[in-house]
Design a protein around this ligand. Structure first.
Ligand code: GLP
Length: 264
């Protein structure tokens, strides 16, 4: 796991956008796994800036979002489909027919979840999966206790997650109890994973998933099993890491390797 600590959340957004842009520049038909929440917003802003400056086109890109609330249709203002449209898809040249967000109104979830998996497979698999992290260490909506081999499925949200996400809902509006989410096993099949965490409220989850044991109680810890994960943190999110100096040291060496400079 490559752990990179940057001074501010804006630096995290800029670096994340560089990674995504690099992926699309290398492969115009890249398949991106996308996330919602407040953490990736700055990254999406950077992608839009690059598009508006004529530096990139997303026309041929295919995207798969991690999750969606059950019961919210694509036009519901709090649905993740609306979120993606508002903060990314409509602001650049994405072809929305290639932008997949799970259906929160499917009539047969067993069939539907299998078909979402199949669509990912048919696209050739995800080249780069963007992730945030919940305060309890979840990725997508894989709440504590989720199987580390889980696939796309329905998941009941914990009280903590519903409370965290209530800030996106108008007062009085209930946060749904269920979501359709990619499973941990689905996420681990992405070729490359980029996890972003910013702010002091993520420090506990960050420490647990990077330096704690691999456990279904902290589903982000499953990323320790993936060979190509980059974690971008701002200072407050990295505060409780015990081996920070070591990660910085590795990063310096890694940069020299990438710039083909002597490492010893
Ligand atoms: C939700 C989403 C996750 C996201 C998490 C953190 O639970 N399902 O994909 O990582 O929120 O969101 P935020 O970035 O707003 O803290």
């Amino acid at each position: 796991m490559r752990v990179i600590v940057l001074p501010t959340a804006d630096d995290v957004s800029r670096r994340a956008a560089e990674v995504i842009l690099g992926c699309v520049q290398k492969k115009s038909k890249a398949v991106l796994g996308l996330a919602t929440g407040s953490t990736p917003l700055g990254t999406y802003r950077e992608l839009i800036i690059a598009y508006c400056a004529g530096k990139i086109s997303f026309r041929e890109v295919t995207t798969f979002n991690l999750d969606e609330y059950v019961g919210l249709g694509p036009d519901h203002p709090q649905s993740y489909r609306s979120f993606m449209r508002e903060h990314l898809f409509s602001k650049a040249d994405f072809d929305e027919t290639k932008c997949h967000v799970p259906d929160g109104l499917a009539s047969d979830y067993e069939d539907y979840c299998e078909s979402y998996e199949q669509e990912i497979r048919d696209s050739g698999g995800i080249d780069l999966q963007l992730l945030g992290i919940g305060t309890d260490g979840h990725i997508a909506f894989n709440e504590p206790g989720s199987s580390l081999a889980s696939r796309v499925r329905l998941k009941a949200l914990t009280k903590e997650t519903r409370a965290d996400n209530s800030r996106f809902f108008a007062t009085g509006d209930e946060v749904p109890h269920l979501a359709v989410t990619m499973g941990v096993g689905t996420i681990l099949e992405a070729r490359r994973i980029l996890l972003l965490a910013t702010g002091a409220n993520k420090a506990n989850a960050v420490r647990a998933f990077i330096e704690g044991p691999v456990t279904a109680q902290v589903t982000a810890s499953s990323l320790q099993l993936h060979p190509h994960v980059t974690v971008l943190l701002d200072e407050p999110a990295a505060e409780w890491l015990q081996r920070r100096d070591y990660y910085n040291e590795i990063e310096q060496i890694q940069l020299r390797v990438e710039q083909r400079q002597p490492v010893a």
